[in-house]
Design a protein around this ligand. Structure first.
Ligand code: AMP
Ligand code: ZN
Length: 113
């Protein structure tokens, strides 16, 4: 999508610090980290949010979670981590391109705000 900030990152029009990339998925460090490790994992295909995922895209979403697991392992998060998806207005989604936050390197609290 032309004006989408994460599509621009995928195309290399906006720089990012990549943690992992393949044909389907990109993982890059969040520009405004809220934990010592804060990586965003996104599909290269533009999907607006989790609510917009189609049946035929569910395999991709499963694959993406395997990437999250591998990136967490690569970054040494052996004590655990948190995966967050903010979906829609009430979910606090700011960027309208599906992304999963991988947060780690500190103890997380609950409940979420
Ligand atoms: P969300 O509120 O779930 O939509 O999260 C969007 C995330 O994208 C925030 O944590 C932002 O800090 C992050 N973000 C926005 N622009 C960039 C960028 N150019 N590079 C890296 N992370 C970004
Ligand atoms: Zn996009």
């Amino acid at each position: 999508m032309k004006e989408c900030v994460f599509c621009k990152i995928i195309r290399g029009e906006i720089p990012s610090k990549k943690a992992y990339e393949d044909e389907q998925v990109l993982a890059f460090h969040d520009i405004n980290p809220t934990a010592p490790i804060h990586v965003l994992v996104i599909p290269k295909e533009h999907i607006t949010s989790l609510a917009e995922v189609k049946e035929e895209q569910l395999e991709l979403i499963g694959y993406l979670h395997g990437v999250i697991r591998n990136v967490a392992q690569d970054l040494g998060l052996e004590n655990g981590y948190r995966v967050v998806n903010n979906c829609g207005q009430d979910g606090g989604q700011a960027v309208q391109h599906l992304h999963f936050h991988l947060l780690g390197g500190r103890k997380m609290t609950w409940p979420a705000g």
